[in-house]
Design a protein around this ligand. Structure first.
Ligand SMILES: Nc1nc2c(ncn2[C@@H]2O[C@H](COP(=O)(O)OP(=O)(O)O)[C@@H](O)[C@H]2O)c(=O)[nH]1
Ligand SMILES: [Mg+2]
Ligand SMILES: [Zn+2]
Length: 291
């Protein structure tokens, strides 16, 4: 075998990684102190050319994107080189628009494209829920209507996932495991149990490589995403309909909260911009300015 190879980290443990090298999963140790996460492209060296167990991660390649997770101790990168985030929108347990808007803004700021998966469409949708779905149908974001449980709409979604590396996010109970199991053909819940040598293993992230260059990252720990740390520009970029509208405000430093000549406020009043999106926009701006 070649002494130096490159691979993709598909699972990460405390000091070793499972790395996909040309379709083969190889257990690798990590050289020195390096920040390696699932999704990283790494350079591997075999210490002993005849021993596959001697693989060592020497370095990682530059990341195209980083997904960070918020915790009490601060934020931490949990996955690298993700191209898309699939945000699960469900009626039960309720997905808040704040959750969705936060993910839209933060993933765009991280060079990751967000899209929405309206899951559990097999359950009757009340009108207030349909209004929420319509809200995102009206802005420039891809939306897929599926039932992970009943296999509805999964064909279109699978087609979309080709040549992408995607992570699904949603509240506990939204259907991430069910969806990932259906798409990968691997029972995520059983997998967690059979791996379960301790409580922490349930929070292990995995990258699944499927045919047609579909990559799915399952990261059980990712629920909330930090908005703090984003700039004012990055936040408005997550609300592109507001961003577009703001170009016609009379003053470039308009606060969009009642300043003279604001173009955003009239568009909210006539219904062209959603009140819910606007409220979250203002809320996020206030959250970052509290720092
Ligand atoms: N009716 C319905 N239930 C679903 C659907 N997808 C998932 N569920 C159910 O929702 C619950 C939570 O699903 P799970 O995949 O564990 O959610 P997770 O916490 O996001 O991983 C389970 O009881 C699933 O059977 C769906 O499309 N329709
Ligand atoms: Mg789950
Ligand atoms: Zn304005």
């Amino acid at each position: 075998m070649q002494k130096v190879q490159t691979g993709r980290v598909i699972e990460f443990y405390s000091n070793t990684c499972l790395v996909d090298i040309d379709g083969l999963a190889v257990q690798c140790a990590i050289f020195g102190k390096q920040d390696i996460v699932v999704g990283d492209n790494v350079n591997i060296e075999y210490q002993n050319q005849n021993d596959p167990k001697s693989a060592l991660i020497i370095s990682k390649q530059e990341r195209t994107s980083e997904l960070t997770k918020r915790s009490i101790r601060g934020s931490k990168v949990v996955a690298a080189n993700i191209s898309h985030v699939g945000i699960l929108l469900v009626q039960n347990p309720t997905t808040s628009t704040e959750f969705i808007d936060k993910w839209i803004a933060s993933s765009k700021a991280s060079n990751i494209k967000p899209f929405i998966i309206n899951n559990k469409i097999d359950i009757e949708m009340p009108s207030d829920y349909l209004e929420k779905v319509a809200l995102y149908n009206n802005i420039d974001i891809e939306i897929f209507n599926v039932s992970a449980k009943e296999n509805t709409g999964l064909k279109d979604l699978t087609k979309y996932l080709e040549n992408k590396c995607t992570i699904f996010v949603g509240n506990s109970g939204a259907g991430k495991s069910t969806l990932t199991s259906k798409l990968t053909g691997i029972d995520i819940k059983t997998k967690t149990l059979s791996n379960n040598q301790g409580r922490h293993t349930t929070s292990i992230s995995s990258l699944y490589m499927l045919p047609h260059n579909i990559e799915i990252i399952d990261s059980p720990g990712v629920r909330d995403v930090p908005i703090e740390g984003l700039s004012k520009e990055e936040i408005i970029y997550g609300f592109y309909e507001i961003y577009e509208s703001s170009k016609l405000c009379k003053f470039s430093n308009c606060n969009h909260k009642g300043d003279e000549g604001c173009n955003v406020i009239p568009m909210i009043n006539n219904g062209e911009i959603s009140k819910s999106r606007y409220n979250n926009f203002i809320k996020f701006l206030e959250q970052i300015s509290d720092e």
